[in-house]
Design a protein around this ligand. Structure first.
Ligand code: ADP
Ligand code: MG
Length: 414
């Protein structure tokens, strides 16, 4: 959608007729914000290139809306700076009030004025004195903005409650666009819509913002939305950004286990990493740039694990769940050959239960012994990351014993 032109191209080759493109870089540096003793943002730094979209994802309460409110100018940062297009907006003694920031903001519910018509809502943002022909000019501009968000001009006469939720969100966007913002902030703007409408509305909005080359920050807790909508995904956790990367990179190369699990389903396995090969219940698996050696935790996406009866790696089907396009198959993996002999006291160690996705539900039945293979590379995480995460959640510490006997010099994992 928004990736019709790669981000780098757009940066290198800004359209000269669009001042917003060269003007709209958002720079957030070491921003902190507390409410009383609650430290919500703790030195958050983020840069959004002009005309691109960044999605901020994170669990509820992680400070996503607070960050948008700071950018919009509804709140002041305790420390750090916020700049747009080279102009300081907040911090270091600067303060530009919200109405002078040239920033559009669309909330989750659109927040339209219920007593005004759709047209009046949109016209609210317009300065009639700057438009040709006074009232006629306003009407023409409202029609133009409605067309921009793919709504019929006849809707201008209706009240917000007389149009659908998806139409309300598009009106809210049109109202925000009326001010010709350099930066658009979308705070869970599609979350209240049901699935089909959400995708369609998001697509229209993405197209409008992309065509107008408006720098955009979208806050969402929906990982699919973040991955499909944005050029860049920023994962917020504990008041800072845990990772900022392209959608492909955050999904396939998550920086840590919590990020991996936040962005999608993850299959986690005990593993022994030697160079760039891991030995685990799925046999020998290639690992992308392992940050650890020896005992590690391995992460694969469920769609990387394929049913393949010619494979020597085996599992037993526990149960299945049919979803139409795919079936989730829960498998009990076999004890890895490398560990079976040496761990007779702990036979099940490493023989995890995993869920994989398969397109054809009719090829497996519970109890069947089936072959499995891995497509692509796995990601390794140091084992202490898991312990830290578990400790942070208040869980008991994991069994620190190695899943497989150490080989070679028996050195501890890095
Ligand atoms: N004005 C405020 N006063 C006190 N606490 C606030 C205020 N705004 C947000 N918070 C708190 O800050 C934390 C982060 O809130 P928010 O940014 O809304 O999270 P998110 O949008 O990620 O769900 C929450 O614990 C919330 O209760
Ligand atoms: Mg929020």
């Amino acid at each position: 959608m928004r990736n019709a032109r790669p981000e780098r191209d757009r940066e290198r080759d800004p359209a000269p007729d669009h001042a917003v493109t060269v003007d709209g870089r958002l720079e957030i540096a070491s921003v902190t914000k507390s409410f009383g003793t609650h430290h919500v943002l703790r030195g958050l730094t983020l840069s959004v290139a002009p005309g691109t979209t960044t999605a901020i994802v994170g669990p509820s309460g992680s400070g996503k809306s607070t960050l948008l409110r700071l950018i919009a100018g509804f709140e002041r940062p305790d420390a750090g700076t916020i700049g747009l297009g080279g102009r300081a907006l907040a911090g270091d003694g600067s303060w530009v009030p919200a109405h002078q920031r040239n920033v559009g903001y669309v909330a989750q519910d659109g927040a339209l004025f219920p007593h005004l018509s759709v047209g009046q809502n949109i016209a609210f943002g317009l300065d009639a004195s700057t438009l040709p022909d006074g009232r006629q000019g306003v009407k023409a501009r409202v029609a133009e903005l409605l067309a921009m968000v793919s709504l019929d001009a006849s809707l201008a006469e209706r009240r917000p409650h007389q149009i659908s939720g998806g139409q309300q969100q598009r009106v809210a966007l049109a109202r925000a666009l009326a001010r010709e913002p350099r930066l658009m902030l979308l705070d869970e703007s599609f979350s209240a819509l049901d699935a089909g409408l959400r995708v369609a509305t998001r697509r229209t909005v993405a197209q409008v913002l992309n065509d107008a080359r408006i720098t955009t920050v979208l806050v969402t807790h929906d990982q699919a939305e973040a991955l499909s909508f944005a050029d860049q995904v920023a994962v917020i956790r504990d008041g800072i950004l845990a990772q900022v990367d392209s959608p492909l990179t955050v999904y396939t190369r998550p920086a840590d286990r919590a990020t991996a699990e936040f962005l999608g389903d993850a299959v986690l396995l005990d593993a022994w990493v030697d160079g760039t090969v891991a030995t685990c219940s799925l046999g020998r698996v290639r690992v992308a740039q392992p940050p650890c050696q020896g005992r590690c935790q391995l992460m694969l996406r469920p769609e990387q694990i394929r049913l393949d009866d010619t494979s020597p790696v085996r599992g037993v089907v526990l149960d299945m769940e049919y979803f139409g396009p795919e079936t989730t198959v829960r498998l009990q993996l076999a004890v890895p050959a490398s560990a079976a002999n040496e761990q007779s006291d702990d036979q099940r160690k490493g023989a995890e239960t995993i869920s994989v996705r398969h397109w054809n539900a009719s090829t497996t039945t519970p109890g069947a012994d089936i072959g499995i293979r891995v497509d692509g590379e796995a990601i390794a995480f140091p084992p202490d990351v898991e312990c830290r995460t578990a400790a942070a959640r208040g869980a008991t510490r994991q069994d620190p014993r190695a899943p497989f006997p150490a080989r070679g010099d028996g050195s501890r994992p890095a």
